[in-house]
Ligand binder design. Structure first.
Ligand code: FE2
Length: 227
């Protein structure tokens, strides 16, 4: 899967704000967790929250800061090995089923790594205001991190759902009965248009626009209060 752009990326100020709010959102999703919740990997398909936090950060370091800022100092040389996923051209990596074995670096260091990289990206964006190549990579990095936000929500649910005491992920996940009707979107059956068409960023697997038949359904307007 690759990203594509049909128009210049957002203006620098808009992009800078979107980048900041994306980074904060990832941390907000994890805020209700206890520190021990950041590490387990109950099945290979579920990645630990700590890994998501670091991997989405490594993406900006590897593909933006290293190639576009000659003064940038890599936070920790081991992190590329620990937090690469499937980017073969970026080197070897810890195998996916082993992500939950990593008790180090501790969560506190991963959060420091996030701050370090976030600040370095903001500085670069301020300095390189008109560099469209940089803007496109930041846009891709934001979209990549947003994918990991979605993964985080369901991985956290899986991790907590595998605890013997079924701890709650804060008070933010309500069932339909617990939520007021205004929080639910009712969708009638029929032929709907799906797929991306238009300007701006999309992934290639979101193309092209086409019709599908959907049964009636209702869906919460947001997955949780953290989202
Ligand atoms: Fe990723």
């Amino acid at each position: 899967m690759t990203g594509r752009f049909t128009q210049a990326a957002s203006t620098n100020t808009v992009l800078l704000d979107r980048f900041k709010s994306c980074r904060l959102q990832t941390e907000k999703i994890c805020a209700p967790l206890e520190v021990e919740d950041y590490v387990p990997q109950p099945i290979p398909e579920v990645s630990p929250p700590k890994w998501h936090l670091a991997h989405s950060t490594w993406f900006f370091e590897q593909f933006l800061l290293v190639p576009f800022n000659s003064d940038y100092k890599v936070y920790d040389q081991d992190f590329a090995y620990l937090f690469n996923s499937y980017y073969n051209n970026a080197g070897d990596r810890v195998l996916r089923p082993n992500r939950g074995l990593m008790s180090r670096p501790p969560v506190i260091e991963v959060m420091a790594y996030r701050n370090y990289v976030t600040n370095a990206v903001l500085e670069l964006l301020e300095k390189e205001e008109r560099n469209s190549q940089i803007s496109e990579i930041v846009e891709l990095g934001i979209n990549h991190e947003q994918q990991h936000q979605e993964l985080l929500v369901y991985d956290i649910k899986y991790i907590l759902g595998n605890q013997p005491t079924f701890p709650k992920y804060g008070d933010s996940f309500g069932t339909k009965a617990e939520k007021t009707i205004e929080e639910w979107l009712e969708v009638s059956e029929g032929i709907k248009q799906i797929g991306f068409a238009g300007d701006g960023f999309s992934y290639d697997n979101e193309l092209g626009k086409h019709r599908v038949f959907l049964e009636p359904y209702s869906i919460s307007k947001k997955p949780c209060d953290q989202c």
